[in-house]
Design a protein around this ligand. Structure first.
Ligand code: PNS
Length: 159
C-alpha cells in the first residue's frame, strides 16, 4: 500500500495543483493532500477554508484524502504512514528551492522519498500568488483556478 503526501499552502488551490493531484493519484494507492497550518504566514483563506475548497474539488477522487498539519512535513508524513512526498516543478527556480527542500526532508525523514512531477506547459505561469495578484484587481482568473473556487476568491476581495 503506497501512500504519498502532496503538501502545500493552497491559498488558493490552482489548476496547476489540481493537475499534479490528478497525476499523482494515478501513481499511488492513496494520496493525502495536506494544507500547512503556518501561523507566521499571512493567508487569504483560513486553513479550514482551504481544506473545504480542496474537499470540494477532490470529492470525486476515491484515493485522495484532505488533511492539515503543523510543523515538519517529514514528521507528519511519518505520522500518517506516507513514504513519498510529491512536489510539482514549473521551472528552474522551483527546482533550485525544491531540491534543497528534498535534501533537508531526506535528512529529517529517513524513510521519505520525493517524487517531482513536471508541470504541464499550460500551468507553468500559475501560482497562488499570481491568482491573488490578478483577483485583487478584478482580473479574469478562469484559467487559473477550479471554477468551484472562483466565487470564494471573488467574495474575499469584495470584503
Ligand atoms: O505551497 P508551498 O508553499 O509550495 O508549500 C511548501 C510546503 C508546505 C510543502 C513546505 O513549506 C513545508 O513542507 N513546510 C513544512 C515545514 C517543513 O517541513 N519544511 C521542510 C524543510 S525546509
Amino acid at each position: 500500500m503506497k501512500k504519498a503526501i502532496y503538501a502545500g499552502s493552497f491559498d488558493p488551490v490552482t489548476l496547476g495543483h489540481l493537475d499534479i493531484i490528478h497525476r499523482a493519484a494515478k501513481l499511488f494507492d492513496t494520496l493525502v493532500v495536506a494544507v500547512l497550518e503556518n501561523p507566521n504566514k499571512c493567508s487569504l483563506f483560513t486553513v479550514e477554508e482551504r481544506k473545504k475548497h480542496l474537499e470540494l474539488v477532490l470529492c470525486k477522487m476515491e484515493n485522495v484524502e484532505v488533511a492539515s498539519f503543523r510543523g515538519l512535513l517529514a514528521d507528519f508524513a511519518s505520522e500518517i504512514g506516507a513514504t513519498t512526498a510529491v512536489r510539482g516543478l514549473r521551472n528552474a527556480v522551483d527546482f533550485a528551492s525544491e531540491y534543497q527542500m528534498y535534501l533537508i526532508n531526506r535528512k529529517l525523514g529517513k524513510e521519505m522519498e520525493t517524487v517531482f512531477l513536471a508541470a504541464d506547459e499550460e500551468h507553468i505561469s500559475l501560482s497562488s500568488t499570481n491568482v491573488k495578484e490578478v483577483a485583487v484587481f478584478g482580473g479574469n482568473i478562469d484559467f487559473m483556478v477550479p471554477q468551484e473556487i472562483k466565487p470564494f476568491i471573488i467574495e474575499k476581495y469584495k470584503k
